[in-house]
Design a binder for this molecule. Sequence first.
Ligand SMILES: NC(=O)c1ccc[n+]([C@@H]2O[C@H](COP(=O)([O-])OP(=O)(O)OC[C@H]3O[C@@H](n4cnc5c(N)ncnc54)[C@H](O)[C@@H]3O)[C@@H](O)[C@H]2O)c1
Ligand SMILES: O=C(O)[C@@H]1CCCCN1
Length: 315
Amino acid sequence: MAGPPAVIWEHELEGLLRYRELLPRLEEALGKFSSRDPAEVIQPVRMTVPLQKHHGFLGLMPTYMEKNRVLCTKFVCFYKREDGSTLPSTQSTVVLLDPEYGNIKAVMNGEVITRMRTAAASAISAKLLMCPEAEVLAILGSGVQALSHYEVFTEMFSFKEVRVWSRTGQGSERFCRSVSGPVRVCVSAEEAVRGADVIVTVTRCTEPVLFGQWVKPGAHVAAVGACRPNWRELDDVLMKEAVVYADSREGAMKESGDVILSGAEVFAELGDVINGTKPALREKTTVFKSLGMGVEDAVSAQLVFDQWEAKSCKS
Ligand SMILES: NC(=O)c1ccc[n+]([C@@H]2O[C@H](COP(=O)([O-])OP(=O)(O)OC[C@H]3O[C@@H](n4cnc5c(N)ncnc54)[C@H](O)[C@@H]3O)[C@@H](O)[C@H]2O)c1
Ligand SMILES: O=C(O)[C@@H]1CCCCN1
């Protein structure tokens, strides 16, 4: 009979998950996902249950990696919050199971995993798709994901300038106080993105906030928000002019308003580029449409659990 699961919560998780170990595991997992080999990854598109009264959704994100012996699911609630609301826009829990017996090995707070694996996936997209001499990074939005994207992008790349734009002045101020490096606050989204080589959109908006006419040809956009079929962050011009990559083709076709409503074609998954089956068109304007995948949570949770077990054995 298995014992009770390990409960690994926010503070402890922060010490166990580091980008330098997460990034290679995530890159490998994205490649495995795109190989569509069921012995590598089985991961259906997220199932969502509307929480109509609360303007939110519950997403269920199960994943099985037979060869890696990882069985995992994330429960994530996400909400369309009013600006000024102090409530979090996502809350999640990750459950790691033993695939042989079916018992739960660990229950983890999903906030750290979600913010780090999402930013890391965007950073992998930039590594593969931005122009090699990229100098300027622009971040639209100033919340949880804006901070984790700032953290990993400045750790991985050497930008000469990082710009941030937020709809509220308070948001930009909070962002500047929280980051450890330099950042230029812009008063409009247009000012932030004009001439930028890499643009990250991490907003809760449901209408376009980034317009193709502002985007420098050859720029790379990591589009992280707008995860419902009728929500937008990017306009039709950008979606049609850019070469569109996604984490999951099926996910993008089912969940991304930017893809569905613009009629843009998904050229490739990031994993296809990692596997060498589709090219990285760095010289073109590229969009990485991120929706978030269970396999990203699964490898992150396994990494946390490995570190947690190693630490528990030592003490
Ligand atoms: N792709 C993924 O894997 C993934 C993972 C987690 C979160 N997300 C999404 O990323 C987005 C950001 O998440 P977060 O946790 O940073 O949220 P957050 O609530 O911490 O921050 C959201 C930011 O968006 C801004 N904002 C809200 N409404 C806006 C509008 N109409 N126009 C412009 N800006 C607006 C807010 O001022 C804030 O700066 C959300 O859409 C979330 O659903 C995606
Ligand atoms: O993959 C995720 O965790 C997120 C949660 C919020 C909505 C978009 N996808």
